[in-house]
Design a protein around this ligand. Structure first.
Ligand code: BGC
Length: 424
């Protein structure tokens, strides 16, 4: 490759300016480990590492506890902050939120992050439509996953954004991209959940125009994420819905093939460990015969609980040629029997926190129970006039009122806490 003189200058400037503003401000060494992490994705890393209780969720929970007047409930609330959970990078800007929380990860903890910003996100629903539009795949790649351009150089920012857009350029200067952030923390272990709902939607909602429009970007984006995030300190689990979604007999094989195809297109990256389930929409781990087993269509779904789903989908993934170990979200599945229909996913009313993160699942294929969706953050708004209002959030079995997806819902949090199984 040839470099022009100015490109070389830009390269040098970029190298000098590389650490982001956040990197400089944070006391990076505080809890940092002294040697590089090398995760073997052929093993269950959750046996060695505890899912990190990140300070972002802790601060949400602490603020919530302060609003609770009943002192014993407030004390119980505080304990929720000690539970390990995943932190969502749901916008380019919120990668910075993740970065602020890495400094204090102890050596025996693994930081859980959710990669969630595909163009045309949430194609079969409205609640979590994201910042990137269909077609903005190059932005997803170059600004969210892996910054390829030299946006840090004041010179190039000036050319790219001009004097008028100086503020925009300034903001970008302080942003990082995920690959860069992960590489800046080689001594920290990371578990990534890749793009909840995206590939499952291509299996079961392929006939919707919105999903047709999003399909190419989803496949390209997830493959790109797999490839670029394939770092020694990372293990990846790609979202596979839950038993009431890809667990239908007719969906198991196509679902596994969809995931495996993307994985192979990415060059079968070594750090992909398998799949994540129960994140958006959930089931009990091992209730038997299962919450919806008496429904008239139950005979078409042999995965009536999540344990069976992990076994069956895991087997289908293996046949399709993809690593097949799972992590399962138990953050909000403490109570069952609440939904009118299996597919009801929005702010389920009556829900309770479930089993705390552990690698002790009793099933070899299930690496760990984790808290994927941070309990208390909304699934979607119940305001019928909002642009992202989805009718699922207005159903009889959905909690109301509920704010926009990702926004804190104090009343929902208190309900999860009171209904927690096991209790706090
Ligand atoms: C929302 C995201 C949020 C995530 C975790 C998703 O439903 O769309 O904005 O970060 O949930 O709460």
């Amino acid at each position: 490759m040839k470099f022009t003189h100015s490109a070389l200058l830009a390269l040098a400037a970029s190298a000098m300016a590389a650490p982001s503003a956040t990197t400089k401000e944070q006391p990076r060494q505080a809890g940092a480990c002294s040697s590089a992490v090398s995760l073997d994705a052929k093993t269950n890393v959750f046996k060695k590492y505890t899912l990190h209780p990140n300070d972002f969720y802790r601060s949400e929970v602490d603020a919530a506890a302060e609003q609770i007047s009943d002192s014993s409930l407030a004390a119980a609330a505080k304990k929720v902050g000690d539970v390990g959970s995943f932190l969502w990078m749901d916008t380019i800007e919120n990668i910075g939120r993740a970065e602020k929380n890495i400094a204090d990860v102890p050596c025996d903890h693994i930081m859980g992050l959710v990669v969630y910003d595909l163009p045309g996100r949430d194609c079969a629903a409205k609640a979590s439509n994201g910042e990137l539009k269909v077609g903005e795949i190059s932005k997803y790649k170059s600004e969210y996953i892996d910054r390829k351009y030299f946006l840090y150089t004041p010179f190039l920012s000036l050319i790219r954004y001009g004097g008028k857009k100086g503020k925009k350029a300034d903001k970008r200067k302080n942003q990082t991209a995920i690959v860069k952030m992960l590489k800046a923390h080689p001594n920290t272990a990371f578990a990534l959940i890749i793009e909840p709902d995206s590939l499952p939607n291509l299996v079961t909602n392929a006939d919707l125009q919105t999903c047709k429009d999003s399909a190419a970007g989803y496949r390209d984006g997830v493959a790109y994420a797999f490839k670029q995030l394939n770092l020694p300190n990372v293990v990846m689990y790609v979202d596979a819905g839950h038993g009431g979604w890809l667990g239908w007999d007719a969906n198991l094989k196509p679902g596994a093939q969809e995931l495996a195809k993307v994985y192979k297109n990415a060059g079968s990256p070594s750090q992909v460990r398998g799949f994540a389930t129960n994140i958006a929409g959930w089931n009990s781990w091992d209730e038997s015969p299962g919450e919806f087993s008496t429904a008239s269509d139950a005979k078409y779904n042999s995965c009536q609980n999540e344990k069976t789903y992990v076994e069956k989908f895991g087997a289908a993934l293996k046949s399709a040629g993809m690593p097949n170990h799972a992590i399962v979200d138990t953050g909000r599945n403490g109570v069952t029997g609440l939904r009118k229909e299996w597919g009801d996913w929005c702010n389920v009313n009556g829900a309770g926190f479930g089993v705390r993160p552990t690698a002790d699942t009793g099933l070899e294929l299930a690496d760990a129970f984790v808290w994927g969706k941070p309990g208390g953050e909304s699934d979607g708004t119940s305001d019928t006039s909002a642009t992202r209002y989805d009718s699922f959030c207005g159903k009889d079995d959905a909690f109301k009122p509920s704010p926009e997806a990702g926004t804190w819902n104090q009343a929902y949090f208190e309900m999860l806490l009171k209904n927690a199984v096991p209790s706090f």
